[in-house]
Design a protein around this ligand. Structure first.
Ligand code: HEC
Ligand code: HEC
Length: 577
């Protein structure tokens, strides 16, 4: 294979996992066709330069032809320590990571589309261009892993070679493009000379994720120290728990311009309870927030305790006026707040509402609006809920909250409405509906892990979201209106895959707030054949108050697989402090 030949010098050394030899070059000596990014850090030069030799322009082999997210660099550095015997103190590793993630980083616009990876969100990736690329590159890790990197075309090739040397199934995936659907016989009989799936993938990355981009050139010029100290307004939501609002106070860590300590106070819109958290964080490349924070968890805290220690991954907007991301925790990062930070404004600003739906013909419904910098006087006319909704009176108000009573006309057109106060607008914040047509349980398919003392459990929180059929009068079409979460009763039903299935009795339990707690790992003597407690079930939501058009209960379902713990974990990059 031609790609193998390109770095034949590197492979044997690696494949045998031998100890490093200082004289080993990280790449065969041959002129690079593309200008690299010169390395100016003395620490990087002294720690990495023995193998990654430097040319007269200051370009270091490999390193100068690569850019990546902080997680990407963290992984690369860890591998150098693990496989190449590089020794670094924690402080050195941290400085090198900071330097590379900043000067060989991604522009904010490049990082945004792969934030879900650092945020540990589970989603169906829509960034895979073809089945061949899917088969070559997404069997072992998400597409976001390569898309967290920018490399020269040459360097993408070296990466593929390394995969073949290190990971047993890579060669097969690269040649055959095996996809989750199974093995494709046709591909086995490739036309001689036809491009292999890996060639297609490398051409794709060379074009889509090149070393030099206009976004990066612009960001290199524009990047500045993050000026984040002071107060931020936090809006957060947590599946199953609703919305939270509050403040975050950010202070600089002395002697640095990219490290901070934080103090957060959040209030639940649902029940008024408060959470206080303190933490610290580091900002890479002027916008990549990686931190940790925690409250004071109770001694025997529940796994979804809101005081749990969380990791914080956020994307700060280039103008430093806004940040958004996820604060997550759990063995499988399965719990997490979706968070948005904005700077306080002296002008009245709406932040959110305590409900997301209003029924046609309803009278005197109370809506609580969370806001900031509200004036001393507020009249019904200051608020606008859109056509067909009348603000009857203002029940109460403070500088940060308005409670209003609203009437909805019986003939109001169903659909989303903005809520406005003066110039501040909450877009599509309220849905007017005549009836709920169906409910969906999210996630619509889910995975939970049994656990033991050694391997903590993997939980799953469910939520039921209501929908209205939309203007075309048909359900499950593009114009359906999402009405937001509604109150439901939760239950578990058997998913009949095997005759006499009894998984429901063993896999675990579902709380009345939709939190699934898996059972313990290990053989269960109470079960036929002492099977482990794994299995698959339906998680069922039945709406409490709403009925369908024929007056029958509204029901939604999600398919839940409960499996064994992940006994071996791939390295999980950890770039927070
Ligand atoms: C003892 C020799 C040695 C030292 C020291 C060394 N490396 Fe490497 N490095 C290699 C070799 C060999 C390769 C090619 C094979 C591979 O990717 O593991 C490589 C590859 C790399 C790659 C490319 C990996 C990829 O994803 O394709 C990066 C990035 C890298 N090194 C970074 C560093 C950094 C940063 C340091 C200093 C902290 C360092 N290396 C120190 C030997 C070394
Ligand atoms: C057979 C499994 C497998 C396939 C197929 C595979 N990868 Fe990987 N890849 C891995 C593993 C395992 C790692 C993590 C190595 C580690 O954590 O040290 C990895 C890491 C990476 C990284 C991180 C860089 C680094 O040096 O750690 C990139 C980028 C990457 N893969 C790109 C690709 C691309 C592009 C393709 C398709 C051409 C691909 N991978 C196909 C298993 C695979």
């Amino acid at each position: 294979m031609k790609i193998l030949l390109a770095s034949i010098l590197v492979i044997p050394l690696l494949a045998q996992g031998q100890k490093p030899q200082a004289a080993t070059s990280a790449e065969p000596a041959k002129p690079a066709p593309e200008e690299g990014i010169p390395v100016t850090s003395q620490l990087v030069i002294s720690k990495c330069g023995a193998c990654h030799t430097k040319d007269e322009k200051g370009n270091m082999l490999r390193i100068s032809w690569e850019r990546a997210t902080p997680e990407g660099w963290e992984e690369a550095i860890k591998r150098m320590v693990r496989l190449r015997g590089v020794s670094l103190t924690p402080d050195e590793a941290r400085s090198i990571l900071k330097y590379l993630a900043t000067y060989h980083g991604l522009a904010p616009e490049e990082a945004k589309p792969v934030m879900y990876y650092a945020e540990h969100r589970i989603l169906d990736e829509t960034n895979i261009p073809t089945d061949n690329v899917r088969g070559a590159c997404t069997n072992c890790h998400p597409m976001a892993r390569p898309l967290s990197w920018r490399r020269s075309p040459e360097d993408w090739k070296y990466l593929a070679n390394l995969h073949i040397a290190l990971y047993p199934q890579a060669d097969e995936a690269f040649r055959l493009g095996i996809s989750a659907g199974g093995f494709d016989e046709d591909r086995h009989h490739q036309e001689p000379g036809a491009p292999l799936p890996v060639d297609e993938a490398l051409a794709f990355f060379g074009k889509t994720a090149p070393l030099k981009t206009p976004d990066w050139a612009a960001w290199r010029a524009r990047m500045r120290a993050p000026k984040l100290t002071g107060r931020w307004i936090v809006s957060a939501s947590l599946p199953g728990r609703g919305k939270f609002y509050g403040d975050m106070e950010v202070a600089a860590t002395s002697g640095t311009d990219d490290e901070f300590t934080t103090r957060v106070k959040l209030t639940s819109v649902k029940d008024g309870s408060t959470i206080s958290r303190t933490g610290h964080s580091l900002v890479y490349a002027g916008y990549a927030w990686r931190g940790r924070s925690k409250g004071t968890p109770a001694a025997n805290a529940a796994p979804d305790d809101l005081a749990s220690e969380t990791r914080e991954v956020m994307w700060i907007s280039p103008d430093q006026s806004m940040a958004e991301g996820r604060w997550f925790w759990g063995e499988y990062q399965e719990f997490g707040f979706d968070v948005k930070l904005q700077r306080p404004s002296a002008d009245p600003t709406l932040l959110g509402a305590d409900r997301s739906l209003l029924k046609t013909g309803s009278q005197g419904t109370r809506v609580r609006l969370i806001a900031q910098s509200l004036p001393a006087q507020i009249a019904p006319a200051d608020l606008d809920f859109g056509t067909g909704v009348t603000v009857r009176r203002i029940v109460s108000h403070t500088p940060t909250e308005i409670v209003a009573e609203v009437d909805v006309a019986a003939d109001a057109v169903p659909g989303k409405r903005d809520i406005a106060f003066g110039r501040s607008v909450l877009q599509s914040a309220m849905a007017v509906y005549d009836r709920v047509d169906y409910i969906k349980v999210t996630p619509d398919s889910a995975l939970a892990h049994l656990g033991s003392e050694k391997h903590p459990k993997g939980y799953q929180q469910f939520e039921a979201v209501a929908y209205q059929r939309g203007a075309d009068g048909k359900v499950h079409t593009a114009d359906d209106v999402e009405l937001g979460p509604i109150d439901v009763n939760w239950s578990v039903e058997e998913f009949y895959s095997v005759y006499g299935d009894d998984d429901k009795e063993f896999v675990g339990s579902l709380s009345n707030a939709g939190l699934f707690t898996p059972a313990s790992d290990g053989p269960n003597p109470q079960r036929k054949f002492s099977r482990n407690n794994y299995g698959d079930v339906w998680v069922v939501a039945t709406a409490k108050d709403e009925k369908d058009k024929d007056g029958r209960p509204l029901i939604g379902k999600s398919y839940l697989v409960v499996t064994v713990p992940t006994y071996i974990k791939w390295d999980q990059p950890e770039v927070g402090q």
